[in-house]
Design a binder for this molecule. Sequence first.
Ligand code: TXA
Ligand code: MG
Length: 342
Amino acid sequence: MSFTTQVLPLEKKSINLAASLLQDGEVVAIPTETVYGLAADALNEEAVEKIFVAKGRPQDNPLIVHVSNFAMLQQVVSEIYPNARALAEAFWPGPLTMILPKSSKVSSIVSAGLDTVGVRMPSHKGAREIISAAMTPLAAPSANLSGSPSPTTAQHVYDDMQGRIPLIIDGGSSSVGLESTVISLVGNPIVLRPGFITQNQIEEVLKCEVLLADAVTAPLKEGETAASPGMKYKHYSPKANIILVDGSIEEFAKYIEAQAEENLGTWALCFEEDVPFIKAPAITYGSKDNSTEQATALFGALRALDENGAKIVYARMPKQNDVGLAVYNRLLRAAAFQIVEL
Ligand code: TXA
Ligand code: MG
């Protein structure tokens, strides 16, 4: 189906319009603090199917369900473990998704056939207002076309979803800029996707060891099944070929200068401090010691590279601790695990 896609600012009138479209089983793009989401009524199977169509998403990749209060949480999960309560108390509303056993109300289309469901309560006030106005939990993956970088502005969503959905609510730039931390609480707690809420922060609350899925930093081995199905897809990738480069700024500058002489369309994805050293077109993703800033800037930078016609992009290696691990995880996937060591 083809739509005239409206983009409306976040205000009472547009929240009500979003709510009525959602209640009618339509898909609406909504702002959240992490990235924009492509939302539909999580309890309406036909509505949820439309998300997969709009995104071009494989049916075996489950969706996250967004709630605005604990009554909604109880609708979608069959059990709230004590450690889930503790994490909700510490980090909700906020960028943490917990995997819990699903209730029978959540269709297997949302969970992609799993008996678990990912749930989160976003801290973006507008997101919570839309969920509350719709009076139903909302299933929402990131609002990008499957495979491309997640959208952190309404314009990014429009670029991908124009004609595919009726409405985008513009709630400004996403403050976090990377998708939520995903932690499975079914069995030993394990982080399936790193994000703004870090493994250390979670360990402090749970007072126990929290594991990190191998797939966060390594490609899946052949025949291996992913704990989080999303991990097996090439993700966050712009059209340009991205290659991560590990080395000092001096080594990087020399390397990219040589590459740029040979290949037109060579770009650098680097830190702000690097710009004076680099003799190739460059786009920055934050300051070198500021992982939070890098998180906010990364997806916009990846999209900007495509808009500028970049063909091959050499990216400076981010720090890999705390929020930096989330930045590294997304860049590693954008680069399809290609790393040059200098
Ligand atoms: O920040 C976010 O989480 C954003 C905003 C919109 O809330 N949403 C988002 O959704 O990133 P999506 O669908 O792009 O990513 C969901 C990830 C996928 O990697 C998926 O495989 C995993 O969470 N996931 C969802 N349900 C799961 C489940 N029951 N078990 C394991 N992994 C699950
Ligand atoms: Mg996504």
